[in-house]
Design a protein around this ligand. Structure first.
Ligand code: MF3
Ligand code: CO
Length: 290
């Protein structure tokens, strides 16, 4: 990483001189880089103006999930969930990010029981009592992206599935508690992993979270296998998702050949996922979407 000339305009676009803006920040990054630490590049550090826009997008994402939470029940189809998401998002002046994303055909992902993620809504899929379902919502507002997902239990799901859903949420909370500026992404990863394993569950390896905000998926890739004190350095202005997929049985997964999207557990046992979108602040973190 190269430092700028001190009187040059800052790279962040604030219009301020570098020495009055991100110079000290860059010096700190450079100090870590010299120690061999993986540092975030400038293009994933959001400015206050960008953060405001991303928060507006995230508000819509939250509102969509709140609507789903109020209306989801046994007897509805996952296509109905897709219809709600499309309607609420577009009425708010935004676009569902999944729609046409790399050929994805719908506005939301709905993943039930042994579906790990990227389940495609369908008129043929009817929710029934005992199902657990992840509804993963992503929004584009004026070019700014947000992304979060929640689990929903349809009626009484039984103690085993309920515990999986609850522990998975705890995994996200334990990971979140580790997020702080000048900490490491691996601090979060290990907290998630340790809590899942302490409860007898496994963590999906191949699919993880991601930077988000100016694009749907930005650096860093956010896995849950990393060790504390390793991985990318966290700096104020970074925004990323924490979205572990926790399996009741083995961590192994496969993608359905017939639709090219839906990911299943190899052993057919249930999987759960919660996703939050978090901003690294000067003194800790702020949850932008949940
Ligand atoms: N929302 C998912 C994520 O958390 C991405 C889904 S991509 C889609 O990263 F095309 F399947 F929608
Ligand atoms: Co995501």
């Amino acid at each position: 990483m190269e430092l700028l000339e001190r009187n040059a305009p800052c790279w962040c676009g604030s219009g301020k001189k570098y020495k009055k803006c991100h110079e000290a920040f860059d010096e700190k990054l450079k100090m870590y880089e010299n120690k061999g630490v993986l540092i975030p590049s400038h293009d994933i550090i959001k400015t206050p103006a960008q953060i405001e826009k991303i928060k507006e997008s995230a508000k819509i994402n939250i509102a969509v999930l709140d609507y789903v939470a109020e209306h989801i029940q046994a007897g509805i189809t996952t296509q109905e969930i897709d219809d709600w998401v499309y309607k609420i998002t577009t009425e708010a002046g935004a676009i569902p990010a999944p729609l046409d994303y790399e050929g994805y055909p719908k506005s939301v992902c709905t993943s039930i029981n042994d579906q790990v993620c990227h389940g495609i809504p369908s008129e043929e899929i009817v929710l029934k009592e005992g199902d657990i379902i992840n509804v993963d919502v992503s929004t584009i507002l004026d070019g700014y992206f947000s992304d979060s997902s929640r689990m929903f239990c349809i009626g009484n799901v039984g103690p085993e599935k309920q515990r999986l859903v609850d522990v998975t949420k705890e995994c996200v909370e334990k990971g979140l508690a580790q997020v702080k500026p000048w900490g490491f992404l691996g601090d979060m990863s290990q907290a998630v992993y340790d809590h899942a394993h302490a409860n007898g569950y496994s963590v999906v390896r191949e699919i993880g979270g991601h930077g988000v905000g100016l694009e749907f998926h930005e650096d860093p890739w956010v896995g849950y296998i990393g060790k504390a004190g390793t991985g990318m350095l966290l700096a104020p202005g970074m925004i990323f998702t924490i979205e572990p997929m926790i399996n009741m049985g083995s961590h192994e997964i496969f993608v359905d050949d017939s639709d090219g999207w839906t990911v299943y557990t190899e052993d057919g046992k249930p999987s759960a996922q919660w996703e939050i979108m978090v901003l690294v602040t000067e003194d800790g973190y702020e949850v932008l979407a949940y």
